[in-house]
Design a protein around this ligand. Structure first.
Ligand code: UDP
Length: 419
């Protein structure tokens, strides 16, 4: 277990994104939660949505006066093979859960729980990777409230994997889901719903003219292998079968039938805890063949992602299953219209025809049709993009998430004192 580094952040910098109600909630929390110590635990410090959220949330909770640490599990590739299989099983993949997998999971999570130093009033365990620490933590720290923050859509979970998760929930005081239906099969802990959010001040999301000098270089789209004067469709996602990169390529080919100069950029990361990344990357590489207008970019700095989400004519999020998809809010915030699939948290962010388009996950021709409509109509693109930015401003910015966490923390720390 090690502490992930975080940047210093202050809530005052977010002032223009905080409304009066949120301001009052933050003010009250400063008194009510003074002295409360919190740890967030997950399995990677970089790549993927959880790291993105926690890296911004932790410094702001500290700024409110809640001593908050961000801890990363120590784990081997073998453990991550198991936890990715669990992730896939929870998203509906019908694979077997073997005794060997169970043993790898159990031993690593127990070791990490034993290796957790420091004293905390609340420990937030993110996703299935760290959930297995709960029984050991509960035994060793009966005074600590344990929260499980599940970022995954569990609505189509394979039963063996759901049972596996359920077997760890006894010591959990609160289970947090992105949508109420994700937790409908979960019984035991009290449940709450918290929508994720993006940080408008990071190098990934701030205006390009406010980037640091180093970051500005990565944001110069002329450095990249595509032509900024031609139509550009972008998907930013881990190389993961659930993000359907092969479906993205099919949709692009369909679009290219009517708009021959269209270009596709797939931006992908391969976080430590996602062993499938390289395998999927190779499949995608093969599927692109020698098409000079399809570009696969990996490990882009945040400012590069920022510039691409802004420079794209259309951002695509063609997931087959999705927890939330921060990438949708990231693009909408930049005024770029998004064509997203009608799965998981995407319809929470996109209202079809209002601030983007929703398509059914396997409907390639509808996907291509919506992309084409947007590429053909600048006024439509602008209108949807502007509304998208408003959606994110109202509902998916970091200060709202901070307030949600403050509510949660006062709730769980109070119920531990006064059950
Ligand atoms: N991301 C990134 N580089 C990449 C691909 C993704 O920084 O090459 C980021 C992306 O901008 C977003 C996060 O990883 O902030 C992905 O979060 P999301 O909720 O969309 O999906 P997850 O990976 O958690 O399934």
């Amino acid at each position: 277990m090690y502490n992930a580094p975080t940047e210093d952040k202050t809530l005052t910098a977010y002032d223009s994104y905080i409304d009066d109600q949120q301001r009052r909630a933050i003010h009250n929390a400063r008194d009510g939660l003074a002295g409360v110590r919190v740890a967030h635990v997950n399995s990677t410090a970089t790549g993927g949505g959880v790291a993105e959220i926690v890296s911004s949330l932790v410094p702001l909770l500290n700024d409110v006066g809640i001593e908050t640490d961000w801890l990363i599990m120590d784990a081997t590739d073998e453990f991550f093979d198991v936890t990715k299989a669990i992730h896939n099983g929870l998203q509906g993949d019908r694979r077997e859960f073997t005794d060997e997998m169970y043993e790898t999971y159990r031993s690593t999570t127990v070791e990490n729980a034993n290796g957790l130093d420091g004293s905390y009033d609340v420990i937030v365990l993110h996703d299935p990777q760290s959930l297995g620490m709960a029984p050991t933590l509960a035994e060793q720290r009966p005074e600590t409230a344990l929260v499980w923050r599940c970022h995954i859509d569990l609505t189509a979970a394979t039963p063996a994997f759901l049972d596996f998760v359920r077997s760890y929930l006894d010591p959990i005081d609160r289970a947090i889901f992105t949508l109420p239906e994700y937790g409908k099969e979960i019984t035991g802990p009290r449940k709450a719903v918290v929508h994720p959010a993006i940080d408008p001040l990071t190098e990934k999301n701030r205006p390009l003219d406010e980037l640091s000098d180093d970051a500005a270089e990565a944001a110069d789209l002329d450095r990249y292998p595509f032509d900024t004067d031609r139509p550009l469709v972008v998907q930013v996602s881990r190389f993961d079968p659930w993000k359907d990169p092969l479906g993205v390529i099919e949709a692009y080919r369909d679009v290219a039938g009517s708009i021959p100069d269209v270009q596709l950029v797939l931006v992908g990361a391969m976080p430590d805890d996602d062993p499938e990344g390289i395998v999927v990357y190779r499949e995608v590489e093969e599927a692109t063949g020698d098409d000079p207008d399809v570009h696969l970019l990996t490990n882009l700095p945040d400012a590069g992602i920022n510039a691409l989400q802004r420079g794209a004519d259309v951002v695509l999020q063609k997931s087959l299953r999705e927890g939330f998809a921060l990438t949708v809010s990231e693009a909408l915030w930049k005024g770029t219209p998004v064509v997203g699939t009608n799965v998981g948290g995407i319809p929470l962010q996109i209202e079809d025809g209002e601030n983007g388009y929703l398509v059914e996950p396997t409907d390639i021709s509808a996907t291509a049709d919506r992309i084409t409509r947007l590429l053909d109509d600048d006024a439509l693109k602008r209108r949807l993009g502007q509304r998208g930015r408003e959606t994110v401003r109202e509902r998916f910015l970091l200060p709202r998430l901070v307030v949600d966490y403050l509510g949660l923390l006062s709730d769980v720390s109070r119920s531990n004192v006064d059950p």
